[in-house]
Design a protein. Structure first.
Length: 379
C-alpha cells in the first residue's frame, strides 16, 4: 500500500545524496564556501550549497510528478492499479496549482538564501521578503490555519495574519537551528518523520507524498552534514526547509478521515508538540537577545546546543541529545492525533511541558566561566 510513497522517498534521498556530493566538489571551485570567523566553530572553509542539493532533490521529483499528472487524459494507461496509487494520482492532480505555488514560493526563498550565503543581506530585508512571499502564497492559494477566525467579522484577514506568522516563525526557527553540524537537518528529519507518519495514519496522501520527498531530501543531505560536516546547507537550505514544513503543517488536518473537529479538537495542537524544541529554542534565544538590547537576528552562543557543549558534551553528543528530545515530543504528537480521550490528551500535553522543563533546567544552569569569557571576547 505504501510502496509508491516510499519510492518517492527513496528517489528524493538518492538525488539529494548525489547532488550534495556534487556540491562538495563544486562549491570550493567556484568560491561558494563558508569561511571561519566570529562565532563559527569550523577552522577551515567549508563548502556551501547543501541547500541547493536539498531543494533540487525536493523540487525535481515534485515538478516531475506535476508534469506527469498534468497528462490526465492518458494517465490511466500507465498508472499501476491500486487504491493508494490512484488516490495519490488523483489527489496530486487536484493539488497541481497548490504544488506549483509551493515550488514557486520555496524557489524565491531559496534564491534569497543563496544571495545571503554569498554576500550577507541585512536581516530585516530577509525577514521582509520572507513574510511578503509567505503572505502572497497564503492569500493566493488560501492556505490558512484557524479558519474559525473568519467568524470574527474581519473576513479572512485574521486567519491570514496568524498563518503567515506561524509559517514565518517555523522558517526562522530552523534558520536559527542551523548553528551546529547536522542540527537543523537532523531535527527537521525527526519532525518530518512525525508529520509523515501522522499524514499516513489519517490518510492525507498528497501531504504524505510531499513530506516523503522532503524527508528523502533532508536525509540525503544529512549523511554529508552530520558532525563532522563536509558541507553546510546555508540559508538557501534552512529557509526552504522551515517554509515547506510550515506550509505542510497548515495543510494537514491532524484528524482521521471523516471525523470533525469536535471528535478530537486537541489534535490541532500536534504541530506545536512536534516542533516544541525548535520553537522553544527560537523563542528563548530571541528573548535573551532582546533583553540584552541586541537584534534578535544577531547570532550568539545562547542556543541550547551551545549550552550543552559548554557543559562538557561533544558537538556530536549535543546534536544527538537534541534529536532524542525532539523525537520524544514528536512521538507524543503522533499519539495525540489518534486518542479520543481528553485525559490522554492532557497527559500528552503534560509530558511535552515536562520535556521542555528539562530543557529549561539545563539552560538555566550557569555556564562555565571559560565559556562566558569566550562569548564576551567573540571566540
Amino acid at each position: 500500500m505504501l510502496l509508491p510513497i516510499f519510492l518517492l522517498l527513496a528517489a528524493s534521498f538518492a538525488l539529494s545524496f548525489a547532488l550534495t556530493y556534487a556540491m562538495i566538489k563544486l562549491a570550493p571551485r567556484i568560491g561558494f564556501v563558508d569561511k571561519p570567523g566570529h562565532r563559527k566553530i569550523h577552522h577551515n572553509p567549508k563548502p556551501l550549497g547543501g541547500g541547493v542539493a536539498m531543494f533540487g532533490a525536493f523540487a525535481i521529483p515534485l515538478l516531475g510528478g506535476i508534469l506527469w499528472n498534468a497528462a490526465d487524459p492518458i494517465l490511466g494507461r500507465f498508472t499501476p492499479e491500486g487504491e493508494l496509487t490512484m488516490a495519490l494520482v488523483h489527489g496530486a492532480t487536484q493539488q497541481i496549482p497548490l504544488a506549483l505555488g509551493l515550488l514557486a514560493a520555496a524557489f524565491i526563498l531559496h534564491i534569497l538564501g543563496l544571495i545571503d550565503d554569498k554576500r550577507a543581506l541585512g536581516p530585516y530585508i530577509k525577514l521582509f521578503i520572507q513574510l511578503a512571499v509567505t503572505a502572497g502564497f497564503v492569500a493566493i492559494f488560501d492556505v490558512r490555519a484557524v479558519t474559525f477566525l473568519d467568524n470574527l467579522g474581519a473576513g479572512k484577514l485574521p486567519s491570514i495574519i496568524v498563518t503567515v506568522l506561524w509559517i514565518g516563525t517555523i522558517t526562522n526557527a530552523f534558520n536559527f537551528l542551523d548553528n551546529m553540524d547536522g542540527l537543523s537537518a537532523g531535527v527537521a528529519a525527526v519532525c518530518t518523520t512525525a508529520f509523515f507518519i501522522t499524514a499516513v495514519l489519517i490518510e492525507q496522501w498528497f501531504v504524505a507524498a510531499t513530506l516523503a520527498l522532503l524527508l528523502g531530501a533532508v536525509l540525503g543531505f544529512l549523511y554529508w552534514n552530520f558532525p563532522p560536516a563536509k558541507i553546510f546547507m546555508g540559508d538557501s537550505g534552512s529557509l526552504v526547509l522551515g517554509f515547506i514544513l510550515g506550509v505542510l503543517t497548515v495543510r494537514t488536518t491532524f484528524l482521521p478521515k471523516g471525523e470533525d473537529l469536535a471528535a478530537g479538537w486537541y489534535a490541532i495542537f500536534a504541530p506545536l508538540i512536534v516542533l516544541a524544541v525548535p520553537l522553544y529554542d527560537f523563542l528563548v534565544v530571541t528573548v535573551i537577545r532582546l533583553s540584552r538590547g541586541h537584534s534578535p537576528f544577531k547570532g550568539d552562543t545562547n542556543h541550547f546546543s551551545h549550552r550543552l557543549c559548554a557543559r562538557g558534551m561533544s558537538r556530536r553528543t549535543a546534536v544527538l541529545c537534541i534529536y532524542l528530545v525532539t523525537a520524544a515530543t514528536s512521538a507524543s504528537a503522533i499519539v495525540l492525533t489518534q486518542v479520543r480521550s481528553t485525559l490522554a490528551a492532557v497527559l500528552i500535553f503534560c509530558q511535552t511541558i515536562l520535556v521542555l522543563g528539562l530543557v529549561a533546567l539545563l539552560e538555566q544552569h550557569p555556564l562555565p566561566q571559560a565559556w562566558r569569557d569566550d562569548e564576551q571576547t567573540g571566540n
